[in-house]
Design a protein around this ligand. Structure first.
Ligand code: GLN
Length: 492
């Protein structure tokens, strides 16, 4: 099956002209046509554009001009602005929005020859952990519980459509964004590699903003090597994003082969939380054992402010969101609902355009930024954030990388945790720290839970040292030998 190939395999086969980019793209589009009505992973499928890009890729290959991703079919989270292709952010308020410009990350991918098959579903404005808050309906996780084939599971969120698309072989890789875990958690739920690079590594320009100091674009892939190939293309210094890092992009693919011998790997004791399922703890111990067997030195470390991570995140993220989302006023983008006066038009537009979770975040954010509460909440959260960053800085004086679980559970069913936002926010327990500190982190599929659902392990590294994180992730991938496949997949 062409759709089962990794990006690295497809790249070599395209180069050897074993098949054409058009054939490869058609195989994926067929899969999308067959499965998307059920999975709802894509909000927009771009058949015509994809075939045009694939044809151009074949012409480039014929001329001997292959780039890193020439002819590789990818999916794009519908939070990245794409020229002349509708970009919704999973929200009704941007439902009719067709950007006249391309985000830097997607422009980088296109410059490297990628083919875009469509825009993927997500929690509204990337706020969520289940993809249940999308205005375009929920996404079905292609994985099934062994004993309960009928239960429809969430793919995780917010990048749930990207994760479902890559897991179901509807695209060879995808872009995502990770503000508190939205690449790593869905990667873990869907048996994929999810890469959240350092803050500033991938430009945020042209990515619909959720929480600007926490938003990290990054890739989904089925192997660590493919994740390295994608990040290498997505990352760049971008003068249009003032927080973009002016640093050379290393050869991540080469870094995957470095091995872990002699590396010091930290195990942060605060990630061993009360009530953590025994199988998550067991997987974590297994991962630690794999790295020790491969010649790494295991070191116990402490990140003492870990317990404040979630509370800090759920103040800082809504604060920034409330300010970022002020721009949706019915005048400049997307939806408008008229009213008797200007203020009514704003209110009508925002009431019609934003869903419940987004409204909740705007309310919380406005509250913590308002006079009298700013010092008590927002300022305090910023101080705690500095302490969380200091924890990481101190730990990384002793170790080269950290290993933890990615999520406290495997994928849950549609409807579960929906009546209790706090339960939903607990999904982000192990992931928010890396966002608050801006350090790189990768989730690697490492095993199955009792129901046969994928579970990921998370590797975190020093700021801008994605290379070590890729090397350690490659060893976890090798040792885990994760070969299980999702029940629903193209040609499956
Ligand atoms: N689940 C987290 C939230 O709801 C993270 C979302 C994200 O990373 N975009 O905010």
């Amino acid at each position: 099956m062409l759709t089962d190939l990794t990006i690295a395999e497809a790249r070599d086969a395209l180069k050897a002209k074993k098949f054409s980019a058009v054939e490869l793209t058609e195989a994926h589009l067929l899969g999308i046509d067959a499965l998307n009505p059920r999975l709802n992973a894509f909000i927009t499928v771009t058949h015509v554009q994809a075939l045009k890009q694939a044809k151009a890729a074949d012409e480039a290959i014929a001329r001997g001009e292959m780039k890193a991703l020439t002819g590789i079919p990818l999916a794009v989270k519908d939070l990245f602005c794409t020229t002349d292709v509708r970009t919704t952010a999973g929200s009704l308020i941007l439902g009719p929005f067709v950007p006249p410009y391309e985000s830097t990350v997607t422009a980088n991918l296109l410059n490297d020859g990628a083919v875009f098959v469509g825009k993927t579903n997500l929690d509204e404005f990337a706020m969520g952990s289940s993809n249940m808050t999308s205005a375009f309906g929920p996404v079905e996780n292609p994985w099934k519980r062994r004993q309960d084939e009928n239960a429809i599971l969430v793919p995780g969120g917010s990048s749930g459509g990207s994760a479902a698309a890559v897991a179901a072989r509807l695209a060879m890789g995808a872009t995502g964004t990770d503000t508190g875990g939205s690449i790593r958690q869905p990667a873990s739920f869907c048996g994929l590699v999810g890469v959240k690079p350092s803050y500033g590594r991938c430009s945020r320009w042209g990515v619909v903003a959720f929480a600007s100091s926490l938003d990290h674009p990054g890739p989904f892939a089925r192997t660590v090597q493919d994740g390295a190939i994608l990040l290498g293309s997505m990352a760049s210094h971008d003068p249009k994003d003032s927080t973009s890092a002016d640093r050379a992009v290393p050869d991540y693919e080469a870094a995957c082969k470095r091995g872990v011998k002699g590396l010091r790997i930290g195990v942060p004791k605060e990630y061993r939380v009360d009530g953590m399922p025994a199988e998550i703890e067991a997987l974590w111990q297994q991962g630690i054992g794999w790295l020790r067997d491969a010649g790494a030195e295991i070191v116990d470390v402490s990140l003492p402010h870990t317990k404040y991570g979630l509370a800090t995140y759920y103040i800082v993220a809504p604060a920034e969101a409330s300010s970022n989302l002020a721009r949706y006023d019915g005048v400049r983008f997307g939806l408008r609902r008229d009213g008797a006066e200007l203020a009514d038009m704003y209110a009508n537009t925002r009431a019609a355009g934003f869903g419940a979770e987004v409204r909740r975040r705007i309310l919380i954010g406005t509250y913590v930024l308002s006079h009298g509460y700013y010092d008590a909440y927002y300022l305090k959260a910023q101080k705690v954030r500095a302490l969380i960053l200091r924890d990481f800085t101190e730990a990384f004086q002793k170790v080269d990388a950290l290993i933890t679980p990615t999520t406290p559970s495997a994928a849950f069913a549609h409807g579960e945790k929906m009546d209790d936002p706090i339960q939903m926010y607990l999904n982000d327990l192990f992931t928010v720290g890396a966002n608050l500190a801006g350090v790189p982190a990768i989730s690697v599929p490492a095993g199955l839970d009792v129901n046969g659902l994928p579970l990921g392990l998370q590797i975190m590294g020093k700021p801008f040292d994605e290379e070590t994180v890729f090397a350690v992730s490659t060893e976890i991938e090798r040792a885990a030998g994760f070969t299980a496949l999702p029940r629903i997949r193209a040609g499956g």
